[in-house]
Design a protein around this ligand. Structure first.
Ligand SMILES: Cc1cc2nc3c(=O)[nH]c(=O)nc-3n(C[C@H](O)[C@H](O)[C@H](O)COP(=O)(O)OP(=O)(O)OC[C@H]3O[C@@H](n4cnc5c(N)ncnc54)[C@H](O)[C@@H]3O)c2cc1C
Length: 488
């Protein structure tokens, strides 16, 4: 039986990102992916939010994405635009780029990192014991792994087979999304309906039409028929406009569910396998990629035996609340987009509120992922927040903070006396960089914060310890995040 330290079920955006993170950390990882290649049927995510672009920048691959998409303000709440151009980040914007391109670029990166992808194969079952997981495949073979991560989407077999509950809310609305041709001219643009927004738009070739349509009744299954599309068009517009020649047609809903636990012993969940919700606000792919970046380095430490298994509990503790918040904000947005007069009046009032500076900043930071704050205890405002990408001066010249994270290793950034802060017993796990920075420290929403004398930055770019001129708490933080000290 072939063995790997980690097997990932599913090579969508989450599985690919996780594979890259594990490979960078030197873990023997393989992906099992049902699709024979990376092609994506239909249309899904339309882009990246600022924090995801930052996360890619931390690995030195953001430019690959930026060069292929269109930089623009993409954050919004219930279709109310939220501008982040005044936010203190190098990427004070989002990126319009379709999921098929995002997956293609991630897959190319994973390829460079030489991660094997078993394509055209499904994970069909799993059995775990004290030392690992037997992963059954659709061709009758099995793989053995120390850990299995289910990145296998909303209908996750890994989640079901490991008995993890998926509580939440059934759909209140189902949408058809399609690319078609129409024999007649239609009222192009957005039309508000009782349950939300419908849209018909001509594509660049002037022939094909993109349709997003609310169905008269909530329908199950993601393979709707042309007849159902015709019925929905007639229900909303009174005509089907001679719809024909379907390029793709699929259905999505606002089903809202979250895995009760992101881990069952040696099985973990990430991305849509752990949380599903309405696509409104464009957050699913983004939080899946960020789940992967939170989990990757932790799983690597545990696999390498440098940290205890309990480090994996911090994945659940940090990412479950982020997922829960996205579920709630999508439910609120779906409710706010109903087209009845009372909801429209409410939407107008909320729009007014979100034009005010403070609410705009708060909501924009939430939707773009720039306000994420992991609860690492009381202390300096940087603790548990994203490390800003400062322009540093180091012994080897000017460096951006994010450049220091390219290899997905922890960094102790010493901004005080060069050579201060003794980390010798963790030297194999953290790089100490002596640097100078004279600018302002500013965080989204919070504004300027006191300049620290040192920060311990985790591989995912979140601050795990903040120095105020002493090393108080540093060794505890190193032990928590990087494992116990080495005894020579
Ligand atoms: C219409 C629509 C618009 C959206 N717009 C946005 C947006 O603008 N922004 C955004 O961030 N998100 C958006 N989303 C959500 C986004 O598409 C998902 O959140 C994202 O694809 C989740 O990535 P994932 O890798 O976790 O799961 P998936 O993309 O579902 O990938 C799972 C992978 O696992 C494979 N797989 C499944 N089962 C098995 C198995 N048993 N064995 C092996 N392989 C398996 C699948 O083939 C697939 O490749 C949208 C979704 C929809 C439907």
């Amino acid at each position: 039986m072939t063995t790997h330290a980690v097997v990932i079920a599913g090579g969508g955006p989450t599985g690919l990102m996780l594979a890259g993170e594990l490979a960078l950390a030197g873990v023997d990882v393989a992906i099992v992916e049902r699709r024979p290649n990376q092609d994506l049927a239909g249309l899904r995510a339309g882009g990246l939010h600022a924090r995801t672009i930052e996360v890619l920048d931390q690995r030195g691959i953001a430019d690959r994405f930026l060069s292929q998409g269109k930089i623009m303000q993409v954050a919004g709440f219930a279709m109310i635009p939220l501008d982040i151009s005044d936010f203190p980040t190098r990427h004070n914007y989002g990126l319009a780029l379709t999921q098929s391109h995002i997956e293609r670029l991630l897959a190319a990166w994973v390829d460079e990192l030489a991660v094997p992808i078993h394509r055209g194969l499904e994970v069909t079952g799993l059995v775990q014991d004290d030392t690992g997981v037997d992963v059954a495949l659709s061709d009758g073979r099995s793989l053995r792994a120390e850990y299995l991560v289910g990145c296998d989407g909303g209908r996750s077999l890994v989640r079901k087979k490991s008995g993890i509950d998926f509580p939440g809310w059934d759909p209140s609305v189902s949408y058809l999304i399609a690319e078609v041709e129409m024999a007649e001219e239609a009222p192009w643009g957005v039309r508000s309906g009782e349950k939300g927004i419908n849209a018909l738009g001509k594509l660049e070739d002037g022939k094909r039409v993109r349709v997003v349509l609310i169905e008269p009744n909530v329908m199950p299954g993601d393979t709707p028929t042309l007849g159902e599309l015709r019925d929905a068009l007639v229900a909303v517009y009174g005509s089907d406009y001679g719809v024909h020649n379907v390029t793709f047609l699929s259905r999505f809903t606002d089903t809202t569910r979250q895995a009760a636990s992101y881990r069952e012993r040696r099985v973990l969940l990430a991305g849509d396998a752990a949380h599903v919700h309405s696509p409104t606000g464009g957050q699913g792919l983004n939080i899946g990629v960020q789940d992967a970046v939170n989990l990757g380095w932790k799983l690597a430490r545990v696999v390498h035996g440098t940290s205890p298994e309990s480090l994996l509990d911090t994945y659940q503790a940090e990412r479950h609340p982020i997922g829960a918040r996205v579920l709630k904000n999508t439910m609120a947005q779906t409710a706010l987009m109903h087209g009845d007069e009372r909801t429209k009046a409410l939407h107008e009032r909320v729009s007014e509120l979100l034009k005010m500076d403070e609410p705009r900043k708060r909501y924009a930071a939430m939707m773009s992922g720039l306000d994420i704050h992991y609860d690492l205890g009381a202390g300096h405002p940087l603790l548990g927040r994203r490390m800003p990408d400062l322009d540093l001066v180091t012994e080897s010249g000017p460096r951006r903070v994010f450049t220091l994270l390219h290899e997905a290793r922890s960094v102790l950034l010493n901004l005080g006396e060069p050579g201060a802060l003794d980390i010798a017993r963790w030297a194999d796990r953290v790089q100490r960089i002596d640097a100078r920075y004279t600018g302002v420290w500013e965080l989204p929403v919070l504004g300027p914060v006191a300049a620290p004398t040192a920060v311990l930055i985790r591989p995912d770019g979140y601050v795990a310890w903040v120095g105020d001129g002493t090393d108080m708490g540093l060794h505890e933080a190193l032990t928590t995040w990087l494992g116990p000290p080495r005894h020579d």
